[in-house]
Design a protein around this ligand. Structure first.
Ligand code: 16G
Length: 246
C-alpha cells in the first residue's frame, strides 16, 4: 500500500497551503496510529512525486513536524515518527529501568570515567569536604541503539569501591554496594544542544533538549550522586503525578 493510500491525499477543494495540508495528513496519521512510532517517513523526493508537489513544499511540511517533535531526523538514516518515552517525575528510577519498563534495550557508549579530588562545584553539589574523592562517569545513553541522552554523573567516592564496578547500570552498582539513592531532588530546564552535545546525540546543533539535574541522597541524608542528564527533547515526555496540596 502506498504512503498516500495509508495517510490520505491532498484535496483540491482545500484552500490551505499545500505544506499545511500535508502536515495535517501526517499529524492525523500519527495521532490515529496509522503511522507507528519509529516508522520511517518516505524520502522527500518520493513524497514530492507521490503528492505531485515541489520538494520545497515537502521539506517545509517535514521541517514543521520535526520542530513540533512529531518527527525526528537521524543523520544519514532519514526521517522517522518520533517515539517518545514517558518519564515519570515522581519515581526514583534509573535509565536502565525506565527503558526496561518500555521493552527497550538500554545501553551506553562511554565517553569517560575517571576519579579524582572534588572540584569546588562538585564539592557544593555533593556536600563533600575539599580533598574528598569523587568518581565521574560520562555516558551517551541509548535505547534500542538510538542515542537518547547524554549523562554526566559525579558520585561521592565513599559510595563505590572503584570506577570499574559500574558496568551497564550505575544504580545497579550503587545498589550492590548498599548505596543506591532513596530520595532525590530534580531540576528540569529546556536547553538547545550545543554543537558538541548535538553531535554525540546525532541531532543538529540547536536541537531542543531537556536538562534534568538530579541530586540523589542516601537514607542518612548524605548525597550519593549529582547527575546532569541531557535528554533529546523530541524523545521525552515528562509525566508527574500531582497530589492536592494542604
Ligand atoms: C537516570 C537518572 C540519573 C541516574 C541514572 C542511572 C534521571 C533524570 N536521571 O538517568 O540520575 O544516574 O538514571 O541509570 O532520571 P543507570 O542505572 O541505568 O546507569
Amino acid at each position: 500500500m502506498s504512503f498516500s493510500d495509508r495517510i490520505g491525499r491532498l484535496r483540491e477543494d482545500n484552500a490551505a497551503p499545500l505544506y499545511i495540508q500535508l502536515q495535517q495528513l501526517i499529524r492525523d496519521a500519527i495521532s490515529e496510529g496509522v503511522l507507528d512510532q519509529a516508522e520511517a517517513i518516505p524520502p522527500e523526493r518520493n513524497l514530492a512525486i507521490e503528492y505531485d508537489v515541489s520538494r520545497i513544499t515537502v521539506r517545509k511540511a517535514i521541517a514543521g513536524l520535526v520542530e513540533e517533535g512529531l518527527l525526528t531526523r537521524r543523520r544519514g538514516a532519514g526521517t522517522f515518527v518520533a517515539s517518545r518515552v514517558e518519564k515519570s517525575f515522581s519515581r526514583l528510577t534509573s535509565f536502565s529501568e525506565d527503558m526496561a519498563a518500555r521493552g527497550k534495550r538500554a545501553s551506553s557508549t562511554w565517553v569517560s570515567r575517571m576519579s579524582g579530588p572534588v572540584n569546588p562545584e562538585e564539592s557544593m553539589a555533593l556536600g563533600l569536604a575539599p580533598g574528598s574523592t569523587v568518581l565521574r562517569f560520562t555516558r551517551i545513553r541509548l535505547a534500542d541503539d538510538e542515542p537518547l541522552a547524554l549523562e554526566i554523573s559525579t558520585i561521592a567516592g565513599h559510595c563505590l569501591a572503584s570506577l570499574d564496578v559500574v558496568e551497564d547500570s550505575l544504580y545497579a552498582a550503587l545498589e550492590k554496594s548498599g548505596n543506591r539513592p532513596v530520595r532525590a531532588l530534580q531540576r528540569l530546564r529546556a536547553v538547545p544542544f550545543g554543537a558538541e552535545h548535538a553531535k554525540m546525540l546525532g541531532v543538529e546543533s540547536g536541537h531542543a533538549g531537556l536538562l534534568i539535574e538530579r541530586h540523589g541522597f542516601l537514607r542518612d541524608g548524605r548525597t550519593v550522586e549529582f547527575t546532569r542528564s541531557y535528554y533529546r527533547g523530541d524523545s521525552y515526555d515528562i509525566v508527574a503525578e500531582l497530589i492536592e496540596g494542604s
